[in-house]
Design a protein around this ligand. Structure first.
Ligand code: IPE
Ligand code: IPE
Ligand code: MG
Length: 240
């Protein structure tokens, strides 16, 4: 039996913070705070096992619809986490990217995100993409607008799959091999619509604040047992 190699790129829909908190009789924001600890641990384990890219859904284009105080808390948590985690990210050689429609954030928060990206851009052990004010549909709209802006005499021949990939926020990154969603929801909620075309999907009932080393390793083990066929037959795939 062939021992499959682990994923190079893991994407995670970090869901269930609110339910985790509510189950403990705590306010929803307590779940977001604990969720930040999960991210720190999952990033560390990913680096240890040789994952090169970790892409996490932190705030969607739809999450602005939440109660204002929850949105405010998430913005503060984001700003605070950037500051608190910077020494560790530098120490562990993590390249940090914030991807999404960043212009909707306060200028102070945008500044912090920019500085963090600038400071970590030469780090090369693992890349952490934090998707904020991110929507897969918004990303495609932005891509088509940029293609049009860059290509004055656009014709049908200018549009192909590599071109579209190159205009996404994730340009230059390989597509995710494994997409994990916590808290048992069987949907993609507007995450990486283009990039997950052939990702292996893993859904777990565990709420994000409880998703740590053991749960990540279980997801990776499950991934290693999958057969990725890309439309071919199993026999073709086995023939290599
Ligand atoms: C995910 O947890 C975090 C964000 C979407 C920001 P939720 O806050 O969605 O938690 P549930 O789904 O309400 O439990
Ligand atoms: C998706 O979770 C967004 C993030 C994890 C940031 P949601 O909790 O917002 O998704 P829905 O509303 O359950 O689809
Ligand atoms: Mg949710």
């Amino acid at each position: 039996m062939v021992l499959r190699k682990g994923p190079q790129h893991i994407a995670i829909i970090m869901d269930g913070n609110g339910r985790w908190a509510q189950a403990k009789g705590l306010p929803r924001i307590a779940g977001h705070r604990e969720g930040a600890n999960s991210l720190r641990e999952v990033l560390k384990v990913c680096a240890e096992i040789g994952v090169k890219y970790l892409t996490v859904y932190a705030f969607s284009t739809e999450n602005w619809l939440r109660p204002q105080e929850e949105v405010d808390f998430l913005m503060d948590l984001l700003a605070q986490s950037i500051e608190d985690e910077m020494p560790e990210l530098m120490h562990n050689q993590v390249k940090l990217n914030f991807l999404g429609r960043l212009s909707s954030f306060s200028s102070e928060l945008q500044q912090r995100m920019k500085q963090a990206m600038e400071k970590t851009k030469m780090n090369n052990r693992i890349t952490l993409n934090v998707m904020v004010n991110y929507g897969g549909r918004a990303e495609l709209v932005d891509a088509f607008r940029s293609i049009l802006a860059d290509t004055p005499h656009l014709n049908a021949g200018n549009i192909d799959e590599p071109t579209i990939s190159n205009y996404l926020y994730t340009k230059g990154l390989p597509d995710p091999d494994l997409l994990i969603r916590t808290a048992n929801e069987m949907r993609v909620s507007n995450f990486l619509l283009w990039q997950i075309a052939y990702a292996e999907i893993y859904v777990t009932p565990t709420f994000w604040p409880d998703f740590r080393r053991e749960q990540l390793l279980a997801a990776v083990e499950d991934y290693k047992k999958r057969t990725r066929k890309y439309g071919m037959t199993k026999e073709q795939v086995n023939a290599g």
